[in-house]
Ligand binder design. Structure first.
Ligand code: FAD
Ligand code: A2P
Length: 261
């Protein structure tokens, strides 16, 4: 790997048997928009880069980069990446891209961040960026996983918002609703995001108005099946998919490539 693509791991935290987050040094030339992803990885056995797409979980202003990762059993990258420690080096290609960015949304009043599993990673970036609270009066975060322990990372990001630089000054005047649910473990809030929106439960529980395409905007990141179902739900409410070249009411990105693509 070229010296400029190497970054040093500064911190690692394991959230469960299948999830961890880590911080690395930020390349001095890297500029990115909150919500974008880059390619990161490790050298393979032959010394060639083994790279995968990763959302940058840190906001665009951060001194260090953060990533939130799955541990896939026998996964070519993550079966090794999960063992990194502070002082180790990873490869990072500093070419950020992505559609989960403010530029791809029309102005609105309320922003919905809808994620399953590690799909929360880009929203950890968006939520810690003051621009989010300059653009929107309210933010509703729906994060759904099978088990409670898989929600600990998003809960900690939300809990730290009042102490997050720049965000702390704005957040007092804004409302951030956090609606974490599980689907395979009994917890305080349960059910799929799609079901909780379609049934109206999330609006009733939070005491907020139903979706309105005139003022609601959404960012969506989850499995292929989740994205397909949320897309149908949002379009049924009149929201249209946006892109960097054509901002609209919602944007969507895969949290990973798996079954169904
Ligand atoms: P792979 O060979 O890449 O994957 C093996 C199988 O594991 C996949 O076929 C799929 O079924 C499953 N899988 C892979 N990743 C996930 C996941 N995140 N959640 C659930 N199941 C998964 N992964 C992250 O952990 N964090 C991120 O921020 C992240 N951002 C991504 C952004 C984009 C745009 C894309 C396309 C993928 C992203 N991924 C992310 C997935 C990531 O690129 C790798 O697939 C993952 O790190 C596993 O790598 P691997 O080599 O161990 O296994
Ligand atoms: P469920 O347990 O009912 O399948 P996975 O680990 O399979 O990627 O799923 C992560 C979370 O996303 C789970 O809570 C799962 O609920 C939910 N989920 C999976 N597919 C969909 C879908 N098509 N629509 C809504 N939620 C989904």
């Amino acid at each position: 790997m070229s010296a400029s693509d190497r970054q040093t791991v500064t911190a690692v935290r394991h959230w469960s048997d299948s999830l961890f987050s880590f911080q690395v040094t930020r390349p001095s030339a890297l500029r990115f928009r909150s919500g974008e992803f880059v390619m990161i990885g490790l050298p393979d056995d032959g010394g060639k880069p083994l790279l995968r797409a990763y959302s940058i979980a840190a906001p665009c202003w951060a001194d260090e980069l953060e990533f939130y990762s799955i541990k896939v059993e026998n996964g070519p990258l993550t079966s090794r990446l999960q063992h990194i420690r502070p002082g180790d080096e990873i490869i990072l290609r500093p070419k950020p891209v992505g559609t989960l960015v403010h530029d791809a949304l029309l102005p609105g009043r309320r922003l919905w961040l809808l994620a399953t599993g590690t799909g929360f990673a880009p929203f950890a970036s968006i939520l810690r960026d003051a621009e989010t609270y300059e653009r929107f009066e309210e933010v509703v975060v729906m994060h759904t996983c099978r088990r409670q322990c898989e929600l600990d990372y998003s809960a900690s990001v939300i809990a730290a918002l009042p102490e997050t630089p720049l965000v702390d000054e704005l957040i007092g005047g804004r409302k951030v609703y956090y609606y974490p649910t599980t689907t395979r473990e009994a917890t305080r809030l349960t059910g799929r995001i799609t079901d909780n929106i379609a049934s109206g439960r999330v609006f009733a529980d939070l005491g907020i108005a139903p979706l309105d395409a005139a003022t609601d905007r959404a960012m969506v990141c989850g499995s292929y099946a989740f994205n397909v179902d949320v897309k149908a739900l949002l379009e049924g409410q009149g929201l249209r998919e946006g892109a960097n070249s054509e901002p609209r009411e919602y944007v969507i990105e895969k949290a990973f490539v798996g079954d169904g693509v």
